[in-house]
Structures are given as C-alpha cells and as structure tokens.
Design a protein around this ligand. Structure first.
Ligand code: GAP
Length: 468
C-alpha cells in the first residue's frame, strides 16, 4: 500500500470540455476566429470577458515574476527577428513534430496523437518503420499511413517588397530568443548581477500539425516566459529546483486544485534540443494530463550558440570573483492561453441552491473579469438607477465594474455567478433613505449592508486580502 494517490485517478474539474466551450461562447469569453467565414483552424478570439480574464492572468504572472522580485526585469522584443536567430537557436533544424499522412484521404496527423501511439518514446517516434510495426491506420477512413517525417512548425513570411529566399523571416515560435539576443543590452542597462532574469509576455506562432482541444493547442498563442541567468553547473541545478515549487504555488494561489497539478520529468530522449533537464507542470484537463508549463535547465546552449554565431562576446564578468563565464539559463515557459483556460476550467462548478442549479465560476477575485456588478432592485425608479450609475462610475475608476438591469435580481445574481463576479452590490428603495447598499458574496451568497461610501474600500480591501 502506498499513501501516494494514483495521479491518473484524479477527476477533472469538469467532465466534458463542451461545458466550457459553450459557456465561453455564450458569455463572451472565447469565440472561434473569423467565424462568419467558417472559422480558421486553431485560432481563437477572446471576447469581452475573455480579454479581461487573460489580461488578469498576464498581470498576475507579471506581478509574481517581475513586480514583486528584485532580480527579474521585463522585456518586449519583436515577433519578427533576424532569421539567423532561428538557425542558431536550432529551430530551423530541429523544431519539428513527426507527421504521418493518409494515402487515401490525405489527412495529416501528428504521430504521437494517433490512437495507439500516444505513449511512444521520442526514439520510437523517429523510427521509420513504426507505423507498420504497430499496424497504425488512418482514424478517418482506415487508409494506409506514410512513415513519419519531421514537419517544421515555424511559420514564415517575407520581409520587404521582394519575395525571394533572401527575404524569408520567421514568426517567432517562442519568446525566449528575444531575451537571449538582448541579454547584454538588458544586463548592462539594468546593471543586474547574476543571478537575474528577463521576463516576457507575447504572441508566438506554431504551425501545429494537430491543434485542438479548444484553446489548448493553437497556431497563434501567447507565452509568458522567464529566462533566469545563473552561474554554470551546480548553481543552475539549484535554481532549477527552486523554480519548481514557486511555479506550482502560483497556480495554486490563483485557484487550481493541488490534486489536479503534477510535475512530469522529460525522459532523456524526449528532451528538446536545448534542454539538459526539463520538468513539465501538468494539469488534469478533461482530456487527460497535459502540459501547462515547461521548466528547463538550458545550460549554456543559448548564450553560447548566439555568441559563436554572432561573434559577440556574451560572457558575464563577475566583479566579486573576477571570473568571466557564459551564463546558464533556467527557463520557466508558460502559456497565457493555457493558464487562462486552466483557471476557467478549475473554477467551474455546478451546485443546487433551493432546488435550482447554480453555475458558479469560483475564480480568484484577481482573475475574475468583473470585480463587481451594480444592480438595481427596482429599475423603474429613476433615483435608484441614477444612484447605481454613480456608484458604478466611481468603482470603475479602480476596478472593472458593470451595471445590469436586464432581469429580476435573482437572475442578475446568477448571471454574475456564472461569469465569476466576486461581489454584487444591490441598490434598493431603502438605499435612497439610509445611504446603504447590499453587498452579496459570490461564494457564500451572504449579504451585508454597507454604507455607500464604504463599498469601494470594502472591495479594494477584499481584493488586497485575496491577492495575499
Ligand atoms: N521557450 C520554451 C518553450 O517554448 P514549450 O514547452 O514549447 O517551451 C511553453 O512552450 C508553453 O507555451 C507550453 O507549456 C504551453 O503552455 C504554451 N504553448 C506551447 N505551444 C502552444 C500552443 N500550440 N498553443 C497554446 N499554448 C502553447
């Protein structure tokens, strides 16, 4: 007997992804891109609530990774970079997935996503006879599949008015390279001493062979990556270990149930071309345990390769020991979309209240799209409506606040519960006389009477407590 629970026995927060997809569409979190033209595969648009959620996720990451730290600074590098960057980084040569094609319907698949091939090792995925050995056939029409070939995931375009081989540039497939090529600029201008980090949030692009599972795997997505520059060897191994619990704590602080998070170390033949060691933070999605974030010890691969290819000296001079060395990199690489998606799924719950189903997004208040909704008990009374608008306008100077009068109060509360609004403020007839309003809590549904002038401070105070 072991005390360690079987991680595969952990249930997802919602049984079916459709629950989240339909909530997202109905309430304006996420829409298919270019829907009126039939959509474009693997690109999604964030609606009014989704953009707030994703911005809040990015802000929470930035606060933890930059604002609250003295050793990490930010950067916003270009999406398009000198093409040599991607040759040096190894992406032109090896940023690929194994692709197989059906000889009869011509559909293409990522080999490791085919039924029967999901648990193949990286070495087996490169085996030319693997399709035959396992008897794999096309899941669509049972047709014969080709042997796997490597398919490069980078999107290309042309820079300048002439479209020839010399004008090819790549859409970045990761933000990390911007931090490496700017290492010297950032270090010298910020006068940071090693260990220090460079954090970046921004769009990345990958021509994924089999995107899917809603916003889990997209072709255009956003990353939140931090490159931590350290002394070579042991210091890098120590920093790597230190980042693991910090990153786990971040997801837990913002509401992910601890039992639905786990670490998985990459097998040696699975490691990316730049990594010495890699551990994925995985989440129990409704479609299985999947990567949420990668934590990598990249050794001196990045600065070493760029120094050799560019001829620029990217060594760091340590004034304390008078040593010169090429720093090693420990990277935490998260996806903003995947994180937002995870927080959305993990917050979802259905419960029964007085015989009726209540859908609640029990999201961390910092992540909730709206912090507060201001609701009139009687929309026919102009004084009540006017007071609501004054209150909302005042709250909106500090937080996202919304006014709604399109239903009866019970329904208005349910609507706010479903989109995760932590507090609702109701203005009633008495409010006109006693200058007080009712503040209702999303999770407990408890109501308290609060003087009008105290509402904003109560909400700001609770937000600050939740922030921790
Ligand atoms: N710089 C290292 C790097 O890019 P990665 O594991 O390939 O590492 C980091 O990507 C994170 O970016 C992933 O853990 C995931 O959250 C996000 N990500 C990667 N590909 C994605 C895709 N196609 N769609 C959505 N998010 C993606």
């Amino acid at each position: 007997m072991t005390d360690t629970p079987d991680p595969d026995a952990v249930a997802p927060a919602v049984d079916s992804l459709d629950t989240i997809v339909s909530l997202s569409k109905r309430r304006g979190f996420i829409f298919p891109s270019s829907e009126i033209y039939g959509g474009i595969n693997a690109v999604w648009d964030y609606g009014p609530l989704g953009v707030e959620l994703k911005n809040n996720v990015k802000r929470a990451w930035w606060r933890a990774m930059v604002q609250e730290r003295t050793d990490i600074v930010g950067l916003d590098a270009g999406i398009l970079m000198h093409p040599q960057v991607w040759i040096t980084s190894g992406h032109v040569g090896s940023f690929s997935d194994p692709l197989v094609e059906c000889g009869s319907c011509q559909r293409r698949y990522r080999l490791d996503e085919l039924p029967g091939a999901e648990s193949l090792s990286a070495t087996e995925l490169r085996e030319t006879g693997i399709v035959e050995r396992l008897g794999l056939v096309c899941p669509n029409d049972g047709g014969p599949l080709s042997p796997p070939r490597r398919f490069n995931l980078m999107f290309t375009t042309h820079m300048g008015p002439v479209e020839d081989d010399g004008s090819v540039v790549y859409f970045r497939p990761e933000t990390a390279q911007g931090s490496y090529v700017n290492f010297k600029n950032v270090q010298q201008s910020s006068r940071k001493k090693i260990p220090f980090g460079i954090a970046q949030i921004g769009k990345s692009f990958r021509n994924e062979i089999s995107p899917g599972n809603f916003v889990f795997r997209m072709r255009e997505f956003e990353q939140m990556e931090m490159q931590y520059f350290v002394r070579p060897g042991e210091a890098a191994a120590t920093a790597f270990e230190e980042w693991l619990p910090r990153r786990r704590a971040w997801y837990e602080h913002y509401g992910v149930a601890p039992q639905r998070l786990r670490f998985r170390e990459h097998a040696p033949d699975e490691l990316a071309h730049y990594a010495q060691k890699a551990i994925d933070v995985e989440y129990r999605f409704p479609f299985g345990w999947k990567e949420l974030e990668g934590i990598h010890n990249r050794g001196d691969f990045d600065l070493g390769s760029h120094a050799r290819a560019s001829g620029e000296n990217l060594e760091y001079f340590d004034p304390a020991t008078e040593e010169r060395f090429v720093p090693w990199v420990v990277e935490t690489a998260a996806g903003a979309d995947r994180a937002a998606f995870t927080f959305l799924i993990d917050a979802y719950r259905e419960e029964e209240v007085r015989g009726e189903k209540r859908v609640v997004l029990g999201m961390h208040p910092e992540l909730a799209p709206y912090k507060v909704a201001v609701l009139p008990l009687l929309k026919k009374r102009p004084e009540i409506v006017a007071l609501c608008h004054r209150l909302r306008d005042d709250l909106a100077r500090d937080v996202m606040a919304v006014y709604d009068d399109t239903a009866a109060i019970g329904k208005l509360y349910r609507r706010q519960d479903e989109i995760g609004t932590p507090w609702c403020v109701t203005v009633d007839v008495e409010s006109l006389e006693d200058g007080a309003v009712t503040v209702r809590d999303r999770d407990t549904m408890a109501q308290e009477r609060v003087p009008l002038e105290g509402v904003k401070w109560l909400i700001l105070d609770r937000l600050s407590v939740a922030r921790g």
